[in-house]
Design a protein around this ligand. Sequence first.
Ligand code: GLY
Length: 304
Amino acid sequence: MADPLMLATWSFSARGCAKAWPGLAGGGSSLDAVCAAAREAEEDPTVDSVGFGGFPDANGAVSLDACVMLAPERCGAVCAVTRHLHVTDLARRVMEGTNYVMLAGEGADAFADRLGFGSSPLLSADAEAKWQQWRAGKIVPAPPARSSIGEVHVPHDTIGVLAIDCNGVMAGACSTSGLPYKMAGRVGDSPIPGHGLYVDPEVGGAVATGNGELIMGVSGSFLAVECMRRGSTPLEAVREVLQRIERRFHPAADQQIGVIALAKNGAWSSGALHAGFVVSVADGSGIRTVPCEPILHPSRETIL
Ligand code: GLY
């Protein structure tokens, strides 16, 4: 028997963790738990980076990406989905019901139709109003906002979830609407195994959130797991990913990256380029939100 644990990016994920936790604590699977947590964010119109309520692309159309993973040979993903909300569940059905890893665009939507997933509009009135303002040049693309717990929310805050169940099985999920006002057709790190999410049961798992182009440049979540495979602690693995991004990209103060690394024994760490990234945790001690460590640039804590 293992101690069940859930870790998820950003404070909004605490609501999904709270929903999924009773099932996980009661002996349910880690895959069910990560899908339940992601589903909650996808349905929440106040989360402007995932599912319904997510910001649209430059043309005003919302497109969603998601990925689930249990192992290198057990993963599924969808990207550029425009007619269906529950993209994490759809990614799971790609993993469980096809010989493929990823379906894109209309093919992914058609697969959802065939499975009987209901289609629904993805653009909320609030996101549409902000897009209209952006198009009129009245707001900057991604205005960040600081919350009372010190979280600095930037609107490309993918939900990434990792869980270990009572049987010691680890699963992960990622779901996002991508960068606000992105070029139509742009897909980021979140649906791609090894970039936004990676799980290898021999070692552990990792999720990354933030500016997808930077994460993809270093295969962020794969790199974290590979560091742990070679003996790094989760903290050292997170630091290596952040330092690699720093060396290659010299990110600006408004380019945030958050990483969570979870070893198969339950040890974990999380870090970010700048202050403001927090992790939602669910375990035997309850559900809470904790700040990350390390922070590569603590002095750049204000990106507002
Ligand atoms: N990390 C989400 C994206 O860049 O699309």
